[in-house]
Structures are given as C-alpha cells and as structure tokens.
Design a protein around this ligand. Structure first.
Ligand code: M6R
Length: 612
C-alpha cells in the first residue's frame, strides 16, 4: 500500500521519481505527489493516477536533485489533493511521505493543535511531519534526532521519507512494518518501497530493517541507526531483477502478460528442485527443517487473499500425500484469536509480496510462541522472507497486475513440491507412485501452455456475460480453492459480485439464487468427486442456470448439460488446480476488459496490503 520513491545525487530528481512512481503505482493509485528541493522546497500533488500528477506539474518548476515522491492508497482521509502526500510541516520547511498507519495520530494531533499547529489534511502523515518539526524546535536537536525521537512517540506502522529545505544534502528514511529499500549508485542514492524502481540504476541495495532509520547524504556514506539509537552496518545485497520483467512486453495489460508467463513461472519454481533422474525433490531453503516438518503433528498455513486460496490447495496436498493435518488461517483472524500454538507446530506463511501486514503479524505471534515458521514468498528479501526460520521462494518473477495470477500457480507448485518432499521423507508414499507424480509434475508447464490456447474460446463466450451481475463458482476437493480463486479474480477486476462454494454446499443455500440469469462456473474435472459434481450440474440445469464448465479433455458427460465448456489437459488430481485456474483467469480478464475496467489497477485495491 502506497509507493515511496526518493532520490539524492547529481541528477535531476523529478524524472527518476516519476518513473519510480510508475513502477510502484500497483501499490496504490488514488493520488500522487512529489517534493523537490533546489533553492526552495517545492511540493506538487494531485488526485488520481501518476499520469494526472504528470499533467498537473506541466510547466511548473521541477528543478532539484533531491526529492521524494508518493503514490497513495488512502487510509486516513478520502483520496483527494489535500490528503495526497507529501505533507508539509507547519513552517513548510519539511516534507514527508508515508506508507502505513500512525494509530495514535488522533491524540498526537490534539496535543499539537494545543501547541498551535494547524492541519490542512485529515491524514496521520501530516501529524507525523508536524510532530517531527515540533520535536526539533522544542528539544533543540538536529533533524535526524528529531525524527528518531518522534518515531519513538508514534504507535503503528510506517515507511517514511523526509526532506528539509534547511538540509538540502540529506534524505532521511525509516521503517517499521512497511518496506523500504535503498539503492546505492555512483555518488547517488535511490529509495523505494520495493526494488522495482531501482533496478535500472543499480543492483546494489540495502533493505532497511524494522525500526531502522537511514541517513542518506548527498556526499558520503549511508548510515543506519535504530530508533533506539543503535548504530547498524548497512548490509549491501545484489539485486537479481530483470528490467524486462517490469515491462508489459507488448501485452495490453500486465495481468494478461502474467497469465501467459505461467508455463515459465511454474517451470522456474520447479527448476533445480525436482529431479526425475534421481527421483527426488530437493528444497534447499528448508533442508534444515524438513525433518521437523515431517514429524509435525500439524501444520498451520497463514495467508490472505489469493495466497490463502493457495494455502487451501496446500491443505489438500499435505493431508492427501504427506498425511499431516493442516489448518488454514487468514492472517487477520489468526493473529487476534489467541490461537493455541505449540512448539512442535509448523507455520507456513504464504505471500506473494512478503509484506502483507496481517500475515506478517501472524507469523511474528506464532514465532514468539515457539512455532517454526516457513515462508513461501515471491519477493526476494521481503519482510516475511526475512522473518521466517526458513523458506522456499516461488520464482514467479515480479507480479505487477494487482490481481494475482502467476504467483498463485507458483505458490501451488512450491506447496506441491513441499508436500511431495515431506511425503517421501515420511516414507508414506511408494517409490513408484512418487516417481509417477514427479514425472507428471514435470509435464505441467507444457500442459499449462496447452491450456493457454483456450484463450480465444473463452474470449468468445465471455462476451455473453459482460453485463451479468452475479456469478457462482463451484468445485469440490482440490477444485474448491480453484472456485474461490476464480470468484475472487472476477470480483476484483470486473466488479461483478461472485461467490465460490464447495459444489455440494450449493444445495444448502446458494441454490436459491439460481435462475436463468445466473452464470455458474463449475470445475468438473475427472477424478475426485466427478460423479457428485455432475449431479450438482444437473441440479443447476434443472433450475435453468447457465453453466460454464471446466472439464478434462474428452469429457462427454458434462457436454450434455453445459452451456459453455472448456477442456483442460488430463493430469493427476493434485495438479489440477495448476491447470483449472487458468480458464478462470481468462474469463475474469476478458469480462473486465469488455466492461472497460482498469484491469491492472482495480478500484480500491492495492497490490501489497501493508496495513491491517
Ligand atoms: O502479497 P500477498 O500474497 O500476501 O497478498 C495477499 C492478498 O492481498 C492478495 O493475494 C490479494 O488478494 C490479491 N489482490 C489477489 O488477486
């Protein structure tokens, strides 16, 4: 949520900042702003997208080789120009941008008002910059110390960047709960919420840790200290990001590009891990913990959104082949529920961004209670990846579209590998069967490629549903999470109300909704509870619902009943989600495009949810 960019060095800051905002726009896009310093401090902000800011600043003075910029996802105060970041201090000599929530902002605001401060916006961020100013004046300390003292007074989460017209050679940044990365160039520094704006300038980065303040000078070395005033040595890491992964590459939308990348992202998530010749699965990231995982009495999977759906597939996988009981938890519920956690529990945190606040808080709590925490993250160096005991990266590459696609299938791939590895360690799967599964798994990228060829067929019939107001998605077993994920995709990007259900639950309520207007997407692949799902389809048909079925290639039974049908390649039941999800991604995408929706930046959403 919210994107932060900063620059200090010899170059013009504005073009670097704007480009950075464009890269980070997926994090929030209700307003944007920039602050630049040369002889004075200039601040421009506007309601809307980064493009609206660009329009707004045309013809204005954009000189300056230090600056900060922000793209917002509103928390406090509606999205408008006044609430957009950066925010000025009272004397307009400081400008601050912020990602996160200052929970005690209201009491701080009242206190500052008593001391003569006047606020223009409704934001918690403006309170923070006034607080820094107030501390600096009243405690008579320098700017860095004022920031440090102020941060000790706030409760909540923040990633901030601050510039001062009185210190034009200094950029200050700090984080707690929201990510920040510093890029180290030749005589210049860059700052961003994630590495995507930095990669074209430098590969050398420092990830700021919790409660750390970065003191970034124009000339000289980066300094880091904690808010408790402990000096830290910056640890420089090398980025392994490819610039082309951040471009649309000829596709109309990042989402479409990412759907098409799935054969590669799944292959990359298996690469070097699945070895058919040796008949093994090797997951280097969890090697020291796999015995413990194999002995676990239960596994708890925590996640949010699409990653939670991947966790549900994980539950089926681990229970089915590794025979370990699994509980799947929403990070947000788990963290506030006083759950029973034992020291022999394994908690698997699944997150594309690795920054989701609720998932992060859940693992911190479980870690404190003694559980072993394993991460399944996509973003290298992200907070969850850093705070887990061990983990396996998904290697999906950067996912820019707000609606998750390739990250989901990569998560399911990694969870499949984990379940297979633990199953083989426990010895509860026959060698021949294990090998058979590995051989099948290796064919999945090809089968995904084949599934992608359904795009035109889906485009064709999706037209009929452009103006539908509701959708039902049904599936059983491994296909139940697929139904949930299909429904989430549709509602996220097309704003059509959609619900996913276990197919058999339909008769316990949702069946009342079915009439000739109701499209029902049924995932009815062979194996599992196929016959039962077939009966569910009959029940829908009897009530004149319009059936869109995802079936196994060659199916003849569903054909008799379905209005529209897409046939996916046959595979082992445990790998079906990797294929069955794809037609549902296309369906959501094509409907959203026809409805003229902003596919990559759906309203009210942000890619990385770093607030509660
Ligand atoms: O980065 P994470 O995987 O932790 O994000 C979790 C959810 O916020 C995310 O999956 C969200 O539901 C997506 N918009 C789904 O498309």
């Amino acid at each position: 949520m919210c994107g932060i960019v900063g620059y200090i060095g010899p170059k013009d800051a504005y073009p670097i900042l704007i480009k950075g905002l464009q890269r980070l726009e997926y994090r929030g896009y209700d307003s944007a702003g920039v602050a630049l310093i040369d002889s004075d401090l200039k601040l421009y902000k506007n309601y809307g997208k980064v493009a609206d800011l660009e329009e707004y600043v045309k013809g204005k003075d954009l000189a300056g080789n230090i600056g900060i910029a922000h793209t917002r996802w509103a928390t406090h105060g509606e999205p408008n120009q006044v609430n957009a970041h950066p925010h000025f201090s009272q004397d307009k000599r400081l400008a601050l941008i912020h990602n996160g929530i200052i929970e005690n902002y209201s009491s701080l605001r009242e206190e500052l008002i008593k001391r003569g401060h006047k606020f223009e916006s409704e934001t918690d961020t403006e309170v923070l910059v006034h607080l820094i100013e107030d501390v600096k004046k009243n405690e008579n300390v320098d700017l860095v110390e004022a920031v440090r003292i102020a941060l000790n007074m706030v409760i909540g989460a923040y990633a901030i960047a601050l510039v001062s017209v009185d210190n034009p050679d200094l950029l200050i940044a700090a984080r707690k709960g929201s990510p920040l990365v510093i890029g180290i160039g030749e005589g210049e520094f860059f700052l961003a919420s994630d590495a995507t704006p930095l990669v074209e300038y430098t590969k050398n980065v420092v990830y700021l840790d919790e409660e750390e303040i970065a003191i970034i000078p124009r000339n000289g070395n980066l300094e880091i200290k904690t808010i408790k005033n402990k000096k830290k040595t910056p640890y420089v890491e090398t980025l392994e990001l490819n610039l082309s992964a951040l471009e649309k590459g000829g596709y109309d939308h990042f989402m479409l590009k990412e759907i098409y990348e799935q054969p590669t992202s799944i292959k990359d998530s298996m690469r070097g891990r699945l070895d058919i010749d040796k008949g093994t699965v090797k997951l280097g990231g969890i090697i020291d913990y796999e015995e413990k995982m194999a002995k676990a009495k239960r596994i708890i999977m925590v996640a949010c959104g699409t990653s939670w759906h991947a966790a549900l597939v994980g539950e089926y996988l681990f229970e089915d082949i590794a025979r370990i009981p699994v509980e799947v938890e929403y990070g947000s519920e788990f963290r506030y529920r006083n759950p029973i956690i034992n020291e022999d529990d394994i908690v698997i945190a699944i997150s594309q961004s690795g920054e989701t606040a609720d998932t992060l808080a859940a693992i911190r709590m479980a870690k404190e209670k003694g559980a072993t925490i394993i991460g399944v993250c996509n973003v290298v160096g992200s907070s969850i990846a850093r705070e887990t005991h061990a983990g396996v990266y998904t290697h999906a590459g950067p996912e820019i579209g707000v609606a998750s696609t390739k990250a989901f299938t990569a998560q399911v791939t990694v969870l499949s590998l984990m379940a297979l590895r633990i199953a083989s360690l426990k010895g509860n799967i026959k060698k021949s069967r294990f090998r058979q599964l590995l051989i099948e798994m290796e064919t999945i990228p090809e089968k995904v490629e084949e599934t992608l060829k359904l795009a035109d067929e889906i485009l064709d019939f999706s037209k009929i549903f452009t103006y539908s107001r509701n959708f039902l998605y049904l599936g059983r077993g491994y296909n139940f999470p697929v139904a949930l994920e299909g429904a989430l995709k549709l509602k996220e990007i097309s704003y059509i109300h959609a619900e996913g259900y276990p197919a058999a639950e339909m008769k316990h309520g949702p069946i009342a909704l079915i009439d000739k207007e109701m499209p029902v997407v049924v995932i009815a692949t062979k194996k599992g509870a196929y016959e039962k799902v077939l009966s569910n389809i009959e029940e829908i048909k009897a009530r004149k619902g319009r059936i869109i079925a995802v079936v196994t290639k060659g199916d003849t039974e569903v054909k008799k009943l379905a209005d529209f049908m897409v046939e996916i390649p046959e595979t082992e039941e445990m790998f079906v989600p990797l294929l069955a999800t794809i037609p549902l991604q296309f369906l959501a995408y094509h409907i959203a495009v026809r409805r003229d929706c902003e596919v990559d930046m759906p309203r009210n959403l942000a890619k990385s949810v770093t607030v509660e």
